[in-house]
Design a protein around this ligand. Sequence first.
Ligand code: ZN
Ligand code: ZN
Length: 303
Amino acid sequence: MTVRSDGSKPSGPVALSLSGGGMTLPLWFWPSVTVGYLAMLHAAFAAGVLRGTTGGDWLLLAAMFAAISFGCTVGLHRYFSHRSFRTSRPFQFVMALLAGAAFGDPIAFSARHRLHHAESDTEHDVHSPKQGWWHCWFGTLLDYDLAEAEMRTLVPDLLAIPELRLLHRWFFVPGVLTVAGTVWLGGFQAFAIGYCGACLLVVHAGSAVNYFGHIHGSRRYETPDRSTNHPVVALISLGEGWHNNHHYYPAACRAGFQWWEIDILYYEIKLLSWIGVVWDLNEVPERIRKCQAPASASTSAGS
Ligand SMILES: [Zn+2]
Ligand SMILES: [Zn+2]
């Protein structure tokens, strides 16, 4: 459970006036749905593999992973949370829908993520290895404690956009439609390998950044948190694992600051800028990029 910065904890049923589709639901409702959803992703994917797969199944997984991970990382993280580049309102909505396929909500995600940056590795953080592996990897996904009123103070820029407010209110609709559409078009196997496989990769890569990106690896920059750069995590998260860089200068549209720090998401943003879909990329200032001396030695659990 998230502890508020004033030390208070939420109690009683949460009036999910926006994120519950306008309904007032008991506190346990959405966490229980999320547990069921995560269990379904794992079970369906395992069942799909056991049934036997084809090359087409894995191609579909790759395509769905490319689309959903783009929505969740370039969209939810680098655009909505950090506003590290600009784009048109239609493409902004496309990114929100791609994230919505995996039940990502720009307003809720960005509010929680901005809180993570503001309170990183303190007791008020929404996910930190200090709270234990389970919470950091899974528990934070079940945490619906951030009240709407608090959310409003964290993302006033996003709440000013009507279509994002609508998506926040009905955040489950794009995901339900994606699941239904995948089953309708490709049957169980497309759902199990394509959709569930892609969502599992996105969930676990994100959790790997949240956990290992704050406990294992090297620190180039001195930051108040314990963020680290980890090449393996960076590879599986398409660039997000250069997490110490990101915590030091989160406004940048890239997390890999050096040419050798592979950052697939940055290359995607750059490609889109060349064809005019996105613009005003916030690059890393030279004086920050050239700070190459390690601020401290490698960190590890318990250090
Ligand atoms: Zn972090
Ligand atoms: Zn961030």
